[in-house]
Design a protein around this ligand. Structure first.
Ligand SMILES: [Zn+2]
Length: 352
């Protein structure tokens, strides 16, 4: 979260007034616990006595399903004030992850309060509920850096000593599903050069999302929901078994190992399943096939999940139907998604 200390006192005064309603001008924390005590400051910089230790029940939170991945459905709670319309022609190149330091409810109020000077496109509550505050086409004020604000989408995760003291599984799932959806909409690459923490924005003094945010786990989750496209589907060659030489009555096993160098995981049995295909999707070599999944798809990945950086094994059998020397071109593919990099792979089947 981006906060300007010089305005914090004004911001708190307005927050309290707007939250409580103006009656006698005195906010009553017992009626509005969320607006109670903590000003828009970093709690770490506050005396312990200033931090509330108890609070009344929150509005009920209905936890979403823990199925993952899923299509995020944000609740629109748009800010009337805290954003710039449009992006001044800037491309969306980054997704910036933050935490709030304050409760979800207080965060939403701050984001609709001009004096706070802050906003983000999305806020993810502790139970995984997603609020959208600013449209993706508009510029939110989250990174403390005007250029980065123009070029990024900001996501705030509720982290608050009382309402949500630790990042939850639901927040990881909601955050990853949201990042995947943003990536698909805005063509932002799903890697740590483009999905960054507030602490990684040049010139920032902020440390969020901090050391308790599990980046490897989060990026692994994003790989599980990254749609397979030409941007996310990539592979490099690892190894291949020797070219088979068989008789007309014989069969032979061919194995190819590829490394997943893209940003989408290969997941068996899903629309992210990696297969070994014959480039051009020609069935002309189907006479060599022995139990191939399809005439032009010799093999499917053996492993259930191959995350980015992992290797997948593709094995298939050929049969010596007719004598000859047959060159079988091979290329990885995620059907319905994209072909993997064309590395000129092939095997040569010699049938005597
Ligand atoms: Zn931040």
């Amino acid at each position: 979260m981006q906060r300007l200390l010089r305005r914090s006192v004004v911001a708190v005064a307005i927050l309290l007034t707007s939250a409580v309603g103006i009656t006698d001008g005195i906010p009553r924390p017992s009626e509005h616990p969320d607006a109670a005590v903590v000003p828009l400051l970093d709690p770490a910089a506050m005396p312990e006595s200033a931090i509330p230790v108890a609070r009344a029940a929150m509005t009920s939170r209905s936890a979403p399903s823990l199925r993952f991945p899923y299509v995020p459905e944000p609740e629109y709670i748009t800010s009337p004030t805290n954003y710039w319309a449009g992006r001044d022609g800037a491309s969306i190149d980054y997704i910036v992850i933050h935490y709030t330091d304050i409760s979800y409810a207080r965060t939403l109020r701050a984001f609709s309060n001009l004096a706070s000077d802050v906003s983000a496109h999305y806020v993810i509550r502790g139970d995984g509920h997603i609020a959208q505050i600013v449209a993706e086409g508009d510029t939110a004020w989250h990174s403390g850096n005007a250029w980065y604000n123009r070029h990024s989408i900001g996501i705030e995760l509720e982290l608050d000593r009382v309402t949500n003291p630790v990042f939850t599984t639901e927040q990881y799932y909601a955050g990853a599903s949201l990042v995947c959806a943003i990536s698909a909409r805005q063509d932002v690459p799903l890697d740590r050069d483009h999905v960054i923490g507030h602490n990684e924005v040049p010139g920032t003094t902020h440390t969020d999302p901090g050391p308790t945010w599990d980046w490897p786990h989060f990026m692994w989750l994003t790989s599980l929901c990254a749609p397979p496209t030409s941007a996310t589907v990539h592979a490099s060659f690892v190894s291949e078994t020797p070219y088979p030489e068989i008789t007309a009555d014989d069969k032979a096993l061919v194995s190819v190992v590829l490394r997943n160098t893209g940003s989408t995981a290969w997941r068996k049995g899903t629309d992210q399943e990696a297969r070994l295909g014959i480039p051009g999707t020609s069935p002309d070599l189907a006479f060599l096939a022995d139990n191939w999944p399809a005439p032009e798809r010799p093999a499917i990945q053996q492993e259930d999940i191959v995350p980015p950086g992992g290797t997948a094994t593709f094995s298939f059998r050929v049969k010596g139907a007719v004598p000859g020397v047959f060159v079988v071109p091979l290329r990885g593919v995620v059907d319905g998604g994209a072909w993997m990099d064309d590395m000129g792979m092939f095997t040569v089947v010699t049938v005597r």
